[in-house]
Design a protein around this ligand. Structure first.
Ligand SMILES: [Zn+2]
Length: 419
């Protein structure tokens, strides 16, 4: 009895030991998991929203985490990056990647190479799964470092190639030194079509395309100071009827007041360009004497107004009154465009006078200055356009004009950045 009892006790104890060992193992294992989790959360690469799957592989006593996402192109990039780091894997080293999807469009992938707890290398990649492209600073920020610099302090001190996007912020730079940009407050900075919530709401506009006839004389019709009144639309419709493009140097605050007109004009295939926000150029005030900060406001607010309506930045500026110098021009990325034929429509307000001024001065590679403000300008154009066509002119927008000028080196072409 006693012996039996004893042996029974032994058996029970043996069982306890097994349970204890299993428990210890479980605690140790869980501990590794928990510390691993804590470590991961604090590390460079941890992203909470998962996009894709991780597969761990052991290499040279170290580990490499391969990430596979639902996007084929992104996977190619990730595999290429992982293969590049492969040679560096050795004992106690881990290459780890995690990913997340934001706005249903931007896959953010962050990777790091660690030795123990030390991060040796890291990379951050924002990828647009709709357009299948890696997002660069220029692709996100309307190709305009200057504009972002005005809003984001210390931008020059951070690595702009390291981009981290999440639901609320775009962070530029690495973990030690970075700037955070609140998306909601800075939507005007972001280019459309990259999936971010922009002012433009990702609406795609495909404007009509005009072609010109090679070998013919070249003319660009340009219209300043609108869209203020019904003449803007009348001139646009006239150009449309004749199947020719025009260029409209618009005033920013009028764009804000008449966005529908600007959109219609852009959709019709005409060029929308920058003519300042308030049109300083009268009463001794012009872009050359209002101070750098005010010039920037004039340029940038107009760019923003145009971008908001057509989803595209203007490519050229016409300084009001033609007042510009090198210093002023350096405050924008855009070409400063003048004219070679002045219709003097603002002065004469008479259709015959406008007609004559253009007819007497027009030449091959003309940029003709009009204002889409006066009925008399519209009346003059009704006569001018068919006649110029008959005289062998073909009509181009200002960007095409500047392109053609690069090729021909015609003396009259010298209308851009002429100061
Ligand atoms: Zn003007």
């Amino acid at each position: 009895m006693r012996r039996e009892y004893r042996s029974k006790r032994y058996r029970v104890n043996y069982k306890n030991i097994v349970i204890a060992i299993i428990s210890v193992l479980a605690i140790v294992f869980a501990g590794i998991k928990v510390t691993g989790w804590i470590f991961k959360k604090d590390s460079t690469v941890y992203l909470e929203k998962k996009y894709g799957n991780q597969k761990i592989e052991k290499i040279n006593k170290g580990k490499i985490v391969y990430l596979t996402t639902p996007n084929k192109k992104l996977n190619e990039i990730l595999l290429e990056n992982a293969n590049k780091v492969k040679d560096k894997i050795k004992e106690n080293r881990l290459y780890d990647c995690s990913s997340a999807l934001y706005f249903n469009t931007i896959a953010q992938v962050n990777c790091s190479l660690k030795e123990g707890n030390n991060v040796l290398e890291y990379s951050k990649l924002a990828f647009n799964i709709t357009s299948n492209e890696t997002l660069t600073f220029d692709k996100i920020f309307r190709d305009n470092t200057r504009r972002v610099t005005d809003v984001v302090k210390n931008l020059s001190e951070v690595d702009k190639n390291v981009i981290n996007i999440d639901d609320t912020h775009i962070t530029l730079g690495n973990d030690d030194k970075n700037v955070k940009i609140v998306i909601k407050d800075n939507v005007h900075l972001f280019k459309t079509g990259n999936g971010l919530p922009t002012l433009f709401q990702n609406k795609q506009i495909t404007p009509r395309q005009f072609t010109y006839e090679k070998g013919k004389k070249i003319v660009a019709l340009t219209f300043d100071d609108g869209p203020l009144n019904a003449v803007h639309g009348k001139i646009r419709d006239l150009l449309n009827q004749h199947n020719i493009p025009g260029t409209f140097y618009v005033i920013g605050n009028l764009v804000e007041r008449n966005p529908d007109e600007v959109l219609k004009t852009y959709q019709s295939g005409h060029t929308i360009a920058n003519h300042s926000y308030t049109h300083p150029g009268l009463f001794n005030k012009n872009l050359t004497n209002i101070g750098d900060a005010n010039v920037k406001i004039e340029y940038d607010k107009t760019d923003d107004a145009i971008f908001k309506v057509i989803g595209k930045d203007a490519t050229t500026t016409r300084p009001p009154g033609g007042f510009v110098n090198k210093k002023v021009a350096a405050l924008t990325n855009q070409k400063q465009v003048m004219w070679s034929v002045d219709s003097l429509d603002w002065k004469n307000r008479n259709a015959d006078a406008v007609y004559n001024a253009v007819k007497q001065n027009i030449h091959n590679y003309s940029v003709v200055l009009f204002h889409d403000l006066y009925e008399s300008t519209y009346e003059a154009l009704k006569r001018l356009i068919p006649e110029l066509k008959q005289e062998g002119y073909t009509f181009v927008g200002i960007d095409t004009f500047l392109e053609l000028c690069k090729e021909v080196k015609n003396g009259y072409c010298n209308i851009a950045d002429r100061y």
